[in-house]
Design a protein around this ligand. Structure first.
Ligand code: 6R9
Length: 562
C-alpha cells in the first residue's frame, strides 16, 4: 500500500529541542521537576496550581471558561484561592486522605476546582460524566462505597441518595439554600489558605470506570506518580509552551478530560479553555476564535462532524492562532487528516492510550512525519511490540496484539476490588501489557490500529480489521461515517457488513450500495468490500467519548434492527 505522508510542520517544538530521534530517554530525567524531589512526598494539586504561584506566575490566566452567555477567567492565584477554600470546606465536613470524592458537574471551572480541592487534601477523586443517568451514578459511587459527592442542583434528579447508602454528604455548587451543603457559599466564609496534604507517589489520585467489552465497568485507580508522564507528554506530545492557550474538548468524566483537560495543561502552566455545552460546528469554531486557542485536543468523531459541514464554514472564523491539533479515542481516518491539512493547513496528530495506561504511550510527535492511518510511534521512554497468540514478537506489517513493555510512570495503580483482573492485562506473563487492541507495526516503527480484538472479522479465513474498511468508506463522497462488523455467515464464517451514515444530500438506495461496494472493491480489496450495507441516520456511540460501538452494531445485526 502506498502512503502519502505529511512532513513535520516547521516550528519550535520542545521535543525537538530537548530530545532528538534516537536519543536515549528515561523518565527519571524529569523527576527533579517536581517538589517531591526534596521532601519525598508529592501532591498533584500542588504541582498543578501552587507551584506556578510560588514561581511568580500567579497573574497568568489558568482557566478561561466560555459558554453561551457566560465567560469567566481565573488566574493561577485565583484558582489557588478557590481550591484552598473548597478544600477547607471539604475538610471541615470530614473528608480526609484516602476518601473517595465523586464530582458530578458540567464542564465548568467548578468541576476543575472541585477535583483539585479533593486531591489537595489527599482524597481520591471520581469524576462522573455529565450526562450519566441514575444507574451509572449509583453503580459507581456504590462500588467505592463513596461518602462524598460534589454536584449541582440541576443534576440532583439523577442522584438518588436512598439507593446509595454509603453517601454521607452531598455538596452542591449553587448558592441557593436547600438540604445540601452549598460549597460555594461555605467557601466564601473561608480563608484562602490550605496546608497541602502531602502524599506518597503511590497514593490514590483518581478513579475512572472503563466499560470493557463484557461485564460490569471496572474501576481503574491511578496514583499521584502519574504527574511525571502527564507533565512530560503535555510538554512533548501536546507541545505546551507557557504562552499556549489550550483546549481539550473532553469532559473529565472521560479519562481524556481529566488527564489532558485538567492535569497536563495545569502541570505545564498554560491557559486551559473550558467550553460549556454541546458540540456544534459554529460553537466550536467560535471557541477556537474567541479564546485564541493555539493547541487543540479532540476526537475523531468531532473532526468527522466538522468535515461533514458546509464546505468553507471555517473561513467565517479566525483560526490563525491554532498551531497544533491532536486526536484520541478512536482510529483517525486518513481522509480526515487529509481534509484537515487541506482545509486548516494543519496536521492532526493522532495519539493512543487507554484509561488503564494513564497517559499517552503512542503518538505522532510534532517533529515526526505523519503517516495517515497510523497512530504514530511509541513516545520516548516507551517500548511497544506486536505479539502473536503465544506472545512472540511478530515481524513488521503482521497484525497481532498491541503490547507495551511495563512499566511506565502513569500505569494504573490497581483495578478497584479486583486484583486478579490486573493480571489479565499480562496474559503471557512477564512485562508485556496487552491493550486488547490489534495492530501492526511497519518497518519504521509506525503502529497501525486494526480494531479491538473482539472486532476483528474473519471472512473465508481472511482476517479483516474494521478500521481500514471504515476509512476507505470515508473516501466515498456519500459517506459521512460508518461502522463495520462481521455478520455470521454459514459459508464464509463471517461477511463484512457496513452501517453507513450518509452526507447531506445523499439518499440510501440499492444503486448507491452497489457503487460504494464497487469503490471499496476496486480501491482496497475484494474481500474487504461490504457484502451488506445498511444506511442509518446515526451510529451507536459510547456516551462518554463518542466511540462507534461495534458491539451494539452486532446486536442490531442479531436482532435484525437493520
Ligand atoms: C484515551 C482513551 C481506550 C481504547 C483503546 C483503543 C481506543 C484510543 C486510539 C484508539 C485507535 C487511537 N483508542 N486511542 N484507537 N486510535 N488513537 O481513549 O481511553 O476510553 O479507556 O479507550 O480506545 O481501542 O484500547 P479509553
Amino acid at each position: 500500500m502506498t502512503t502519502v505522508t505529511i512532513p513535520p510542520a516547521k516550528g519550535d517544538y520542545q521535543v525537538g529541542r530537548e530530545w532528538r530521534e534516537g536519543d536515549p530517554f528515561h523518565w527519571k530525567e524529569i523527576h527533579s521537576r517536581f517538589t517531591w524531589h526534596g521532601t519525598g512526598k508529592v501532591n498533584m494539586a500542588y504541582e498543578c496550581v501552587d507551584r506556578h504561584v510560588a514561581e511568580g506566575k500567579g497573574d497568568k490566566t489558568a482557566l478561561h471558561f466560555l459558554s453561551e452567555g457566560e465567560e469567566t477567567t481565573y488566574t493561577y492565584a485565583e484558582l489557588q484561592r478557590e481550591v484552598n477554600r473548597w478544600a477547607r470546606v471539604l475538610q471541615q465536613n470530614g473528608v480526609k486522605k484516602g476518601d473517595f470524592v465523586f464530582v458530578f458537574l458540567p464542564k465548568h471551572p467548578f468541576c476543575h476546582i472541585a477535583m483539585l480541592a479533593a486531591i489537595k487534601l489527599g482524597a481520591v477523586v471520581g469524576p462522573l460524566f455529565e450526562a450519566f443517568m441514575e444507574e451509572a451514578v449509583k453503580d459507581r459511587i456504590n462500588d467505592c462505597e463513596g461518602e462524598y459527592l460534589i454536584t449541582d442542583h440541576s443534576f440532583l434528579d439523577r442522584v438518588i441518595p436512598e439507593d446509595i447508602p454509603s453517601l454521607k454528604t452531598i455538596f452542591v455548587t449553587d448558592k441557593q439554600d436547600g438540604e445540601y451543603i452549598s460549597i460555594t457559599k461555605e467557601a466564601e466564609k473561608e480563608t484562602p489558605e490550605f496546608e497541602t496534604v502531602w502524599v506518597d507517589l503511590e497514593d490514590g489520585l483518581n478513579i475512572h470506570y472503563t466499560s470493557g467489552s463484557t461485564g460490569k465497568p471496572k474501576g481503574i485507580i491511578h496514583a499521584h506518580r502519574n504527574m511525571i508522564q502527564q507533565y512530560q507528554t503535555g510538554r512533548w506530545v501536546l507541545d505546551l509552551h507557557e504562552s499556549d492557550v489550550y483546549w481539550c474538548t473532553a469532559h473529565p468524566g472521560w479519562v481524556t478530560g481529566t488527564v489532558y483537560g485538567v492535569f497536563a495543561p495545569l502541570l505545564n502552566g498554560v491557559t486551559t479553555v473550558i467550553h460549556g455545552g454541546r458540540f456544534s460546528a459554529e460553537a466550536w469554531y467560535g471557541v477556537l476564535e474567541r479564546a485564541g486557542v493555539t493547541v487543540w485536543y479532540s476526537a475523531p468523531t468531532a473532526f468527522r462532524m466538522l468535515k461533514s459541514q458546509l464546505e468553507g464554514l471555517h473561513k467565517d472564523y479566525d483560526l490563525s492562532n491554532l498551531r497544533h491539533v491532536l486526536s484520541v479515542g478512536e482510529p483517525l481516518n486518513p481522509e480526515v487528516i487529509h481534509w484537515a491539512y487541506k482545509t486548516w493547513g494543519l496536521r492532526i496528530h493522532d495519539t493512543w492510550w487507554m484509561t488503564e495506561t494513564g497517559a499517552q504511550l503512542v503518538a505522532n510527535l510534532p517533529t515526526r512525519t505523519i503517516k495517515p492511518g497510523s497512530m504514530g510511534r511509541p513516545i520516548p521512554g516507551i517500548k511497544a511490540a506486536v505479539l502473536d497468540e503465544e506472545g512472540r514478537e511478530l515481524p513488521a506489517n503482521e497484525t497481532g496484539h498491541l503490547a507495551i513493555q511495563a512499566s511506565w510512570p502513569s500505569m494504573m495503580k490497581e483495578v478497584w476490588k479486583n486484583p486478579e483482573k490486573y493480571n489479565t492485562y499480562f496474559p503471557f506473563g512477564g512485562n508485556w501489557y496487552l491493550a486488547g487492541d490489534l495492530a501492526y507495526m511497519d518497518e519504521d516503527g509506525y503502529i497501525f490500529f486494526q480494531g479491538r480484538s473482539d472486532d476483528m472479522i474473519n471472512s473465508s479465513g481472511e482476517r479483516i480489521g474494521p478500521f481500514e474498511i471504515e476509512s476507505k468508506l470515508m473516501e466515498h463522497p456519500a459517506v459521512k461515517e460508518s461502522g463495520v462488523i462481521g455478520k455470521p455467515d454459514d459459508v464464509r464464517g463471517e461477511i463484512v457488513k457496513a452501517y453507513i451514515v450518509l452526507n447531506e444530500g445523499y439518499e440510501g438506495s440499492e444503486e448507491l450500495s452497489k457503487d460504494i461496494r464497487g469503490f471499496v472493491k476496486s480501491s482496497l480489496a475484494a474481500h474487504a468490500a461490504p457484502r451488506e450495507i445498511a444506511f442509518t441516520a446515526e451510529l451507536p456511540k459510547t456516551q462518554i467519548s463518542g466511540k462507534v460501538l461495534r458491539r451494539e452494531l452486532k446486536k442490531w445485526e442479531k436482532e435484525g434492527v437493520l
